[in-house]
Design a protein around this ligand. Sequence first.
Ligand code: ATP
Ligand code: MG
Length: 602
Amino acid sequence: MSAPHPKAPAAPAAPAAPAANFLRGIIERDLAAGTLQGRRWGGSPGDAAHHAAGVPDPARIRTRFPPEPNGYLHVGHAKSICLNFGLARDFGGVCHLRYDDTNPEKEEQEYVDAIAEAVRWLGFDWTAGGTPHLYYASDYFDFMYRAAEALVQDGLAYVDEQSADAMRANRGDFTRPGVDSPYRGRTPAENLARLREMRDGLHADGSMVLRARIDMASPNINLRDPTLYRIKRATHHNTGDRWCIYPMYTFAHPIEDALEGITHSICTLEFEDQRPFYDWLLENLARLGLLAHPLPKQYEFGRLNLSYVVTSKRKLRALVEEGIVDGWDDPRMPTVFGLRRRGYTPAAIRAMADGTGASKTNIWLDFSVLEQCLRNDLEGQAPRAMAVLDPVPLVLENWAEVYGSAAHVEACSAPAHPQRPELGTRHFGLGHTVWIERDDFAEVPPKGFFRLFPGNRVRLKYGLVVECTGCDKDAAGTVTAVRARVVPDTRSGTPGADAVKVKGTITWVGQADGVAAPVVLYDRLFSEPQPDADGRDFREVVNPGSKVVVQAWLEPSLAGMAAESRFQFERHGYFVADREAHRPGAPLFNRIATLKDGRAPG
Ligand code: ATP
Ligand code: MG
């Protein structure tokens, strides 16, 4: 089944609006109708008897986030985490973190650890009432095998020895019904013996499989005797070499949900056609006494796609392995760790996820929505600071005249946050020479330019008013210094400072106490909103300007900050002290996002 895949990203959704979420309606109805009542919880995952011996389930609902530990989580997974943990939190339930580690070949401990860390960083916890609900699907292999034998004995599963090619051909397609396997008519006793031989390692990899016996003519191809178990000699990270047969995902997943007492099993749309098998399997296992009613129900919602990134694990891996980015946590990567290193806050990611709700269509979210969520989160809390990213010196020619010495430094200060006095005051010095942005000066001002040009007056923010007198240039005509004169008695915060009116205010960093630091100006990784649309190779549209390192000057308060501290650099945007490379004394900042409206006109 293929989910809708619109060509163009939709207009940015408004994250602040209460988002439609049909899952909430389903849960509210289930709780009101009492369909979830009578569930028992045995204190840990288990079969019908285990839960029957337990207590009425203290969790009003149970959801789960079931990643396969075969890679790093990305923004789509973050969406699923926020949805599942958020629903459990909002309805008095519990959300399990379950490693879906039934495939022996691809899983690694590195990913297991990274997934738990990402979920925790996003602000969620799988511990409820003192019980950590962290589970491994591979712990259920014994039960899964028992379920397989029960189905065989009930005549609902058989061992098929057709070749893979024959099986594929005999499955039919949308226009042709399938053809019964010649092995379909074996007796339960024959099948049970064969299944045990499979388990005991008497048959070669790929020589036979266990299949459900449902309906080879079903219009839903997933019900044409789906495979339940395959033979695969592979060492599993949890069970080692104990098994040489492994369950298929479609067989394992419903069972995992049922053993854990999941009430609402939420997955993405591509599993819609699997739902009839999900129900078929669980209902039969309940009828055979292995599982208890009420059974989990599967609900599908649309995937979240973010513009200007790719989220397929294969493509993310290619970006890392081909050196297009600097690693899984490169600040341009849409991985949870990439977003964290870029400076995105957990609250911003949760707001983005909550703001997109849950619907029955896959959605394309414009990257700008995530940026806006970040601004909304940081605007009210990030301390302000001044930084000059493209520096040119501004020489104040009459400094010594006005202050008696060229070495004099005026102490200036500013609130760390304009609306939050409790965040304190920043201090910095203004002297004979300061750093200003190169584009705050124009020898010949374009129309509407209110910043520095010969004869014009501007305020150095939190400092004083200066009047531009000209500039110095090198042989190539590049401006090497801007010149100005201090206008006396205009110090910010002193009486009469506002007597001299100016149209422009510019930010600056003093040469006396400014701190030199690299600042990395990150931008979108791709230059196209859908990098891999229409079969295009995403490598062709990597944005060459997605990482630009500039040598900046920072106000002195920034040097001593801890890694991961976030600031608004006035007029520039939001920046974070890099969590790996920043050191107090050797700062390194990343740009998270520009300010909403770009640079304010000066
Ligand atoms: P991918 O192939 O993109 O890496 P996956 O679905 O194979 O993703 P899993 O580890 O199986 O990765 O996913 C764990 C959970 O996250 C699943 O429930 C899956 O449906 C959900 N999920 C993955 N990608 C998205 C997405 N883009 N939007 C919403 N949920 C997602
Ligand atoms: Mg998957």
